[in-house]
Write a protein that binds this ligand. Structure first.
Ligand code: ZN
Length: 281
């Protein structure tokens, strides 16, 4: 180790000690919406650089508008949400603190109706509103995660935060949420969909679709299952939550939208995802 490397190493260690001290008294609730946004922006920018994003404006616009329609009735904090479509045919979606929702093309291709896609978006919005990703980051005993948080808390240069964000990406937002967090995201999603006039039954329908696909192709692990495990229990829980809604809410809700079929036709005509994106989350 050269003198300079040692110096940098020591500086890093003392920074980590300070970081741990700050984090020791930090829980997600003490992090403001603006700090959350800064952290999320760094992680989301990194994610957007690492992943092939679908650039087709009409397809992305449909997802953005459907998402914004749900957000309007779901999140009262004024978070500015951004919706992106990852050009990968794996069935997955994830939310980054601050309101960055990434949904894979594979979800759009598997959804049978607009309300099925809305169920996935509402679930991810639920993770943001309930701050599950943020809680996970502040609880994580992962130095990279801690450093990323402190970079934000101490207002460090974004260049550094961006660098760390990649490691956070691998640990925090891709990490499996707890069963309780999943259940909570499902519960609030049912309420958001009802408020948005979208049929919440699309959510368990889509879960059922994924579950069946996984049963038929057990060799092909759906990435969704590693971050959002789908079980019969989860479907039954969601059905029970929906059963508690007043029947007229379901009667009035839209199961599908004509723009969904248009979006699907357009998507089907686009070139296949890049080959190296096949294995992406
Ligand atoms: Zn989830």
């Amino acid at each position: 180790m050269s003198g300079r490397t040692r110096l940098v190493h020591r500086a890093r260690l003392s920074f980590l000690a300070a970081a741990s001290a700050v984090i020791g008294c930090t829980d997600a609730s003490s992090i403001g919406i603006e700090e959350e946004r800064e952290l999320g922006t760094a992680v989301a920018e990194q994610a957007a650089r690492e992943m092939p994003l679908l650039q087709d404006e009409p397809v992305v616009r449909f997802v953005r508008e459907l998402g914004a329609h749900i957000v309007q009735r779901a999140d009262t904090t004024g978070r500015a949400y951004e919706f992106r479509v990852v050009d990968s045919d794996m069935a997955n979606a994830f939310a980054i603190p601050g309101g960055f929702i990434f949904v894979n093309r594979g979800i759009l291709e598997r959804a049978g109706t607009a309300s099925e896609l809305a169920g996935v978006l509402a679930h991810e919005i639920g993770h943001v509103v309930e701050r599950h990703g943020l809680e996970q980051m502040s609880k994580a005993q992962n130095t990279n995660t801690i450093v990323a948080l402190v970079y934000v808390l101490l207002g460090r240069a974004p260049g550094g935060a961006e660098q760390v964000a990649l490691q956070v990406a691998g640990s925090a937002w891709m990490a499996k949420h707890s069963r309780e967090a999943e259940r909570e995201a499902d519960r609030v999603a049912v309420a958001y969909l009802a408020r948005a006039g979208l049929d919440p039954r699309g959510m368990p329908q889509f879960f059922q679709r994924l579950l069946e696909e996984e049963r038929n192709n057990p060799s092909q692990l759906l990435a969704w299952f590693s971050t959002h495990p789908v079980t019969e229990d989860r479907i039954a829980d969601t059905d029970a939550m929906i059963a508690q809604l007043p029947p007229e809410v379901i009667d009035r809700a839209a199961t599908d939208l004509p723009q969904f079929a248009q979006m699907r036709r357009r998507l089907d005509a686009l070139p296949a995802p890049p080959v190296d994106a096949r294995a992406l989350p």
